[in-house]
Design a protein around this ligand. Structure first.
Ligand SMILES: [Zn+2]
Length: 412
């Protein structure tokens, strides 16, 4: 570390157990650069983390500016991760940042593997559960969080098999059944009868699409006026008072949750600090243990922190006995038939017929083998390295039998 850089962190050197070089040598993977993500990235950039990978599929919206401090008026429409990277480098010129304008399921696993800790700042359950599964598979610690209005929580997931660390329950242990997606329920509504007030707004959005053959633009007052009037027509017809206000429409239709900067700041600070403790522990140093139990809840109405004593779910499909998955080792240069041989030896006595089984990647649902398509002759000539990636989980679907899951490791 250069003398000038050391000077920046001179107050850190007074902290008991603190290792600045260790922090500089660390890489973190941040998924979601929204309200929580901006705050965590800012904290970690300031303390001198060496490398950050930022992932977000969103672009900046005006309503982000009340909470997402790396963005300024005028940034609207630009990818969040890209703008965040520019601002973080202004805060810390020594920082290396990589950005991805992609879904987390599309990021090569080698990028996850290149990081020490994975940090979740996501706002949807499906993405958080997928991230949970990736971390368990790669044996990378995950620090996840969420906020809702004046409340928030942080959960730490330590997968089995990290030297010197005790494993913890995972996200699926805590929320085994993903909650119903309101949008999905409401998708049945457009032609039918609204079941609740929000459905009236979704029905109005559906009408808008039919009438104008495009999606409503929430920055266009005419569009929003149409939606408000149409939604309120349904509110009256089906008796779901009170009527919607003009400014309610975007929040209701986009299914936005209440959020405020203060809650975000508290939760992201707890989360960032747990990252720093974890990085020290993973590298044989100690500035304190991670929270135990590894789940903390914050209630801003009463200024209350509470630990929640979460437990491992024995049948958890991600980390428990419910995980029926075998690992097979193959060479990148072999072809698909070796995969089937590998599966049969991993599951002794199991019969899988290459000409009758389909193979899909679990995470992206991408088909990689389909013997019923003409292209399969060509796929048969491809190498495994061309068809799949290291540490991919594959699902083999066979006629009239249960599907089989395998984790593929390349040996070369
Ligand atoms: Zn679990």
């Amino acid at each position: 570390m250069e003398k000038k850089e050391k000077k920046v962190y001179q107050r850190h050197f007074m902290l008991k157990g603190w290792a600045q070089e260790l922090i500089k040598d660390s890489s973190v993977f941040m998924i979601g650069v929204g309200a929580l993500g901006c705050e965590i990235a800012k904290n970690l950039a300031l303390v001198g983390i060496g490398r950050m990978v930022l992932v977000d599929v969103d672009t900046i919206e005006t309503s982000n500016l009340s909470r997402q401090m790396l963005f300024k008026p005028g940034d609207e429409g630009r990818p969040k991760a890209e703008v965040a990277a520019e601002r973080l480098k202004e805060l810390n010129p020594f920082l290396k940042v990589e950005t991805y304008f992609k879904f987390l399921q599309e990021i090569p696993l080698s990028v996850y593997e290149s990081c020490d800790v994975i940090i979740g700042g996501l706002d949807n359950i499906k993405a958080r559960l997928d991230l949970n599964d990736i971390c368990l598979r790669l044996k990378k610690p995950l620090i996840d969080s969420g906020t809702l209005g004046f409340e928030g929580h942080v959960q730490i997931v330590i997968p089995d098999g990290i030297p010197g660390m005790e494993s913890t329950p995972c996200l699926r242990c805590v929320m085994p059944v993903p909650p119903t997606d309101e949008k999905m329920v409401a998708a049945c509504t457009p032609k039918g009868i609204p079941q609740k007030r929000e459905h009236c707004a979704l029905k109005a959005e559906y009408d808008f699409g039919k009438e104008f053959n495009r999606r409503p633009d929430f920055d266009n007052d005419e569009d929003v006026r149409f939606l408000t009037e149409r939604a309120n027509k349904y509110v009256k017809e089906h008796n779901f008072p009170p009527e919607f206000r003009f400014e309610d429409m975007e929040n209701v239709i986009k299914n936005k949750m209440p959020a405020i900067q203060t809650t975000t700041a508290v939760i992201s600070a707890v989360q960032s600090h747990e990252v720093l403790k974890l990085l020290h522990l993973l590298k044989g140093e100690n500035i304190g243990p991670i929270i135990k139990p590894p789940y903390i809840n914050y209630n801003g109405v009463y200024g209350l922190f509470e630990y929640i004593d979460i437990a491992k779910w024995e049948e958890c499909p991600a980390c428990g006995h419910g995980t029926d998955i075998r690992t097979i080792e193959v060479s990148r240069n072999e072809n698909i038939s070796m995969l089937f041989d590998g599966v049969m030896s991993a599951y002794e006595g199991l019969e899988v017929d290459i000409d009758q089984s389909l193979v899909t990647k679990e995470l992206t649902k991408t088909p990689i083998w389909n013997p019923y398509l003409p292209s399969h002759e060509e796929d048969k000539r491809k190498t495994m390295g061309e068809l799949i990636g290291h540490m991919d989980i594959l699902i083999l679907t066979r006629p009239k039998q249960d599907p089989v899951r395998v984790l593929v490791k390349f040996i070369d």
